[in-house]
Structures are given as structure tokens and as C-alpha cells.
Ligand binder design. Structure first.
Ligand SMILES: NC(=O)c1ccc[n+]([C@@H]2O[C@H](COP(=O)([O-])OP(=O)(O)OC[C@H]3O[C@@H](n4cnc5c(N)ncnc54)[C@H](OP(=O)(O)O)[C@@H]3O)[C@@H](O)[C@H]2O)c1
Length: 518
């Protein structure tokens, strides 16, 4: 058996490319676990830089000392994705075990690198490339290998999340928040990849491969960043008790997969609402497991170094990604499904000249330049240049309650009815229609010949809501039904709607004790 320094077997030997933030964090883990002696060679770019003392040979790229027979494990942690491609590809071609944290390199070349890995019996692991300390690739690859995933979404970029947190919580400008993120080491000197949504896009591509078995090139996916978020966007969101988060999302519906990275309005019912500053989070929804949520530090030397070290330990245990779902599905990429979006147009009078197709457009009440629109990801992607050049800002809405809140932000009067009055109507055989508004099958419910119309489908069920007799709306708490009434009154002119005070909870026992409790 070949041996290397300290009489270690060559299979233990490690060569690191790059010795910046992440490599130093990884080296700290090697030291803590008494494995520093495994490190044989470190390749850096600038020989004149002052560095931490490392007990290994340090060379620059120009010195061209390829002693790769001395090592089995290559840890690629340099900054440039183009140069990293050469390092990773060459080493996979000679069957090495390669670790990388370079999301751009991986997202743009995944098919090619997996082929090289397989053809040459190498290993290629890259947990550090996605969401810093959260071991999300291993979770998806190993634990979700046979589980049917419906969506994977989250906050994948710590820098832009830090900036958004500062904009919401402190009185700072975008420029000040960006500078702070750079000073704290959360954002690069050139922040385009972070704030333009590209970094999150690369990570989404990688997670989509492991979640849905589909390798998609980043160029095929719509991404917007946070550069165009204005003070008025923040003020509007705050007024409605919402936050804006840069959300990367891959969602599968009826065999069609849509992917996007978009600034999105979230309310406090979402786990992502609480994710602040440099933290990242991932939410996985799947058929049998339901929703799982992971949150952790998204960047930094030690958090990322820890998962790079865990890749090393996986290699020591002969672990490889299984890519269990790859090429097994008939999933197709589809960006034609409808999305709801809040559009801000610099000049509100230009709304009629928008070049992209919207299937529905209405003004947001009380807001000068804001419009609510229904369109498709594809329409937005095709018109991305126009949208950016013309200074249109887009905030996405993937939550029905937020949509209703936006469309009924004025305080329209809602007539109410209490339980005693409703009981009188029933006793008197008064003619009324009862509508139960809810999200989905969140509880079982029987009622007095009422009709169930899910909240999200109110507008597609207008013909069912009667205009010539009294209509009582109810929901679990009475709040969502009130919002639905406001929407119907304001947009569709209904004036015969009543909200049941206190919601269903209030009347179950008094009116029909056989009604199931929840
Ligand atoms: N920072 C994070 O929190 C984080 C989190 C997740 C993933 N990542 C990824 O991890 C990788 C490393 O990031 P980092 O933050 O550690 O970068 P960094 O601090 O900028 O360090 C980059 C290192 O790469 C070296 N380098 C550049 N070109 C090289 C070349 N051609 N050959 C050899 N060495 C070269 C530099 O050498 P010199 O020292 O001589 O200049 C430097 O040591 C990147 O792919 C990044 O996207 C970073």
C-alpha cells in the first residue's frame, strides 16, 4: 500500500484547492478531530498572502506540482466556478473522491460531473454548496429517496435575507444594508449573484435534482433578486403585517415541475416569516410525510466547513449519492401555470401598456402604483428585460389569504349574524344559503345543508353564491369568511352576505350538537 507523510495510507490523504473562508473552517474541523495530518497539499492562488500556519505543503496553481497519486480525497474550495470545473472534472476523470462547495459549478455542470463520477468510479459530494450548515442534500438523497415530494422551497441565500431583515427591522437604506452585509462577510464584494437571486437559483437546481430526479439548467429558470425592492414595497408589506423574502421554490403539480426564485410576500403562518438575517431555511412538502422544516446558518467558515467535513466522513465510509430518482420520472418542466403577483409600476397610467399577458389585473385599493395580477412564470421570464429596464417591481403571492388581504385592504363593512339570530332563522324556516369557506380538508364538517367552497376557489365559484337570498358565510374563526365577503362585496357587488360571528366554533353546540368538534 502506498503511504504518505506520517505513514498514513494514501487513501487518507487530502488535497485542498483554495484556503479561504470555507477551507479554513474545514481545516479547523480536521484539527479538532485530530485529522490535520491527513492534509498533504494546499493549492492557493496568491503566494504572497499571509495565512494561518498549516502543516502541509502549500503551492500555487502555477507551480504545477501534481502529486495526486499521493492523495485520494480532493477538496475543491476556490472562488471561481470556471477554474473549479477544471479541478473537479480532471480529478473525477482519474477516479478521485472529490468534495466541492461551488454551487455555480455544480448547477451548471451537474449531468456532466455525475457522468464523470460514474464512468470512473469516483465520488462527488457537495453538501456545502447548498444552505450552509443544513445537511439538506443528504436528507433529500437518503431519506426522501422513495418519498413523493410535492414541493421544496425556502430561503437559500443568507446575504439577501440579511439585507431584507435590515430593511424591515431597522431604518436603513438598501445601500447601507448591503454594505453591512459585506462588512460582516455575508455578501461578496460583487454582490450580483446574491442579491440578483442567482446564488439561490444554483442551489434550487441542485435540490431539484435530488428531490424530483430532474436536472435542469439554471438558464431555464426564472429568477428575480431583491435589488428592485423599494421603500414603498417594505412599507406596504409592513402595513399588512407581511414580510418580503427571497424564496426559491420547486413545485410539482400533476407531473409538471415549476421552478422560480422570486421576492415573495409571506405572512406569519409561514415558517419562513421567522427566518431572519444570515439564516437559511428549507421546507419540504411530501405526500406521506407532510411538511418538514429545516433552519440553520446559511454561510460562514465553520457552518460550511462542518458540512464539508461531514462529506469527508461520508467518503471515509464509502458513501456516494444514490440519485435514486434520477431519470426515473416522466416529470416535465412547466412554467405556464398561473402565478399571483403584486406589480408596482413607476407610472400607474402605463398599466394598460404592459407588454406581458395578464389574465386578470386590478388595482390594489389605496395604493397609488400597485396592481394585483394573474400571469405565468413564462410570461414574466420572456419579459424579464423589459420589467427590469422599466423599473417594474414584482412581489409574488403564493398564499390565498394574502391575496384576499391585498384585494380587500379597505375596511369594507361586513354584516354579521350571531348564533342566536341564525338559530331563529332556522326555527322560522327563513330562507338562506350557508357557505363554509375553508382552505382544504383541514377538518370534517357537517352542516345544515350548507355548501363548501374552498377559500382559494371563491372567485371560480361565483355562480354558486346566490344573489336573491341571504347568504351566511362561515369559517373556523370567522376571519377568513369576513375577508371573502369583503372581496365579493367590493369586486362583485354582492350585498346579501353575512358573516357568522365567532366562526363555526361559536355555534357547533348550540345549533347542532352532532357536529364534529376539531
Ligand atoms: N463563504 C461561504 O460562507 C460559503 C458558503 C457555502 C459555499 N461557499 C463556496 O465555497 C467556495 C469557497 O468559498 P470561500 O468563501 O471560502 O472563498 P474565499 O474566501 O474567497 O477563498 C477562495 C480561495 O480560493 C483560492 N483560489 C482562487 N482561485 C484559485 C485557483 N485557481 N487555484 C487555487 N486556489 C485558488 C484563493 O487563493 P488565495 O488565498 O491565494 O487568494 C482563496 O484561498 C466557493 O465556491 C463558494 O461559493 C462559500
Amino acid at each position: 500500500m502506498d503511504t504518505i507523510k506520517n505513514n498514513l495510507p494514501a487513501s487518507d490523504g487530502i488535497k485542498i484547492y483554495g484556503f479561504g473562508v470555507v477551507a479554513k473552517g474545514f481545516y479547523d474541523y480536521l484539527q479538532k478531530s485530530n485529522e490535520a495530518e491527513r492534509l498533504q497539499i494546499v493549492i492557493i492562488k496568491d503566494a504572497s498572502k499571509k495565512r494561518a500556519v498549516i502543516n502541509a505543503i502549500i503551492e500555487t496553481t502555477n507551480e504545477n506540482t501534481i502529486r495526486d497519486k499521493d492523495v485520494d480525497v480532493i477538496v475543491e474550495l476556490i472562488s471561481s466556478s470556471e477554474e473549479a470545473y477544471g479541478i473537479v472534472a480532471e480529478n473525477l476523470e482519474i477516479g478521485k473522491k472529490v468534495i466541492s462547495a461551488n454551487k455555480k459549478l455544480i448547477a451548471e455542470n451537474l449531468q456532466d460531473l455525475i457522468s464523470k463520477e460514474k464512468e470512473n468510479n469516483g465520488t462527488f459530494l457537495y453538501e456545502g454548496a447548498v444552505c450552509g450548515s443544513i445537511p439538506i442534500i443528504r436528507i433529500l438523497n437518503d431519506f426522501y429517496s422513495t418519498e413523493s415530494i410535492q414541493s421544496v422551497k425556502g430561503i437559500f441565500n443568507g446575504s439577501s435575507n440579511y439585507i431584507l431583515s435590515q430593511l424591515f427591522n431597522k431604518e436603513v437604506t438598501y445601500g447601507e444594508a448591503l454594505k453591512q452585509a459585506q462588512d460582516l462577510g455575508f455578501a461578496e464584494a460583487d454582490p450580483t449573484s446574491d442579491v440578483g437571486g442567482f446564488d439561490a437559483l444554483y442551489k434550487l437546481v441542485i435540490l431539484a435534482t435530488h428531490s424530483f430526479g430532474k436536472i435542469i439548467h439554471p438558464n431555464e429558470i426564472l429568477n428575480f433578486g431583491i435589488e428592485n425592492i423599494s421603500k414603498s414595497d417594505i412599507e406596504l408589506a409592513k402595513k399588512l403585517n407581511l414580510k418580503i423574502k427571497l424564496i426559491a421554490k420547486a413545485e410539482l403539480k400533476s407531473g409538471k415541475l415549476s421552478l422560480s426564485v422570486l421576492p415573495t410576500l409571506v405572512d406569519s403562518s409561514s415558517g419562513l416569516y421567522q427566518v431572519e438575517n444570515e439564516y437559511n431555511a428549507v421546507e419540504i412538502s411530501s405526500e406521506n410525510v407532510g411538511v418538514q422544516f429545516y433552519k440553520g446558518k446559511g454561510a460562514g467558515g465553520l457552518p460550511t466547513g462542518s458540512v464539508v467535513y461531514s462529506d469527508l466522513k461520508a467518503i471515509d465510509n464509502n458513501y456516494n449519492y444514490s440519485y435514486g430518482k434520477l431519470n426515473q420520472s416522466n416529470i416535465i418542466l412547466d412554467n405556464f401555470s398561473q402565478v399571483d403577483v403584486l406589480i408596482k409600476i413607476p407610472n400607474k397610467d402605463d398599466v394598460d401598456t404592459l407588454p406581458f399577458n395578464v389574465s386578470y389585473l386590478t388595482k390594489v385599493d389605496g395604493e397609488e402604483n400597485y396592481f394585483y395580477a394573474k400571469t405565468t412564470l413564462n410570461e414574466i421570464q420572456v419579459n424579464k428585460k423589459y420589467i427590469e429596464q422599466y423599473g417594474i417591481s414584482l412581489l409574488f403571492i403564493d398564499n390565498e389569504e394574502i391575496k384576499i388581504q391585498l384585494l380587500s385592504s379597505d375596511e369594507a363593512e361586513v354584516k354579521t349574524i350571531n348564533v342566536a339570530e341564525l338559530r331563529n332563522w332556522i326555527i322560522k324556516d327563513d330562507d338562506f344559503q350557508l357557505i363554509d369557506v375553508r382552505e382544504s380538508s383541514e377538518y370534517e364538517f357537517t352542516n345544515i345543508n350548507g355548501e363548501l367552497i374552498p377559500l382559494g376557489e371563491i372567485e371560480s365559484n361565483l355562480s354558486k353564491i346566490q344573489k336573491d337570498r341571504k347568504v351566511v358565510f362561515q369559517c373556523r374563526s370567522g376571519k377568513r369568511s369576513a375577508d371573502a365577503i369583503k372581496l365579493l362585496q367590493k369586486k362583485y357587488g354582492f350585498d346579501n352576505l353575512y358573516n357568522l360571528e365567532g366562526g363555526i366554533l361559536a355555534w357547533a353546540d348550540e345549533i347542532d350538537s352532532s357536529i364534529k368538534k376539531y
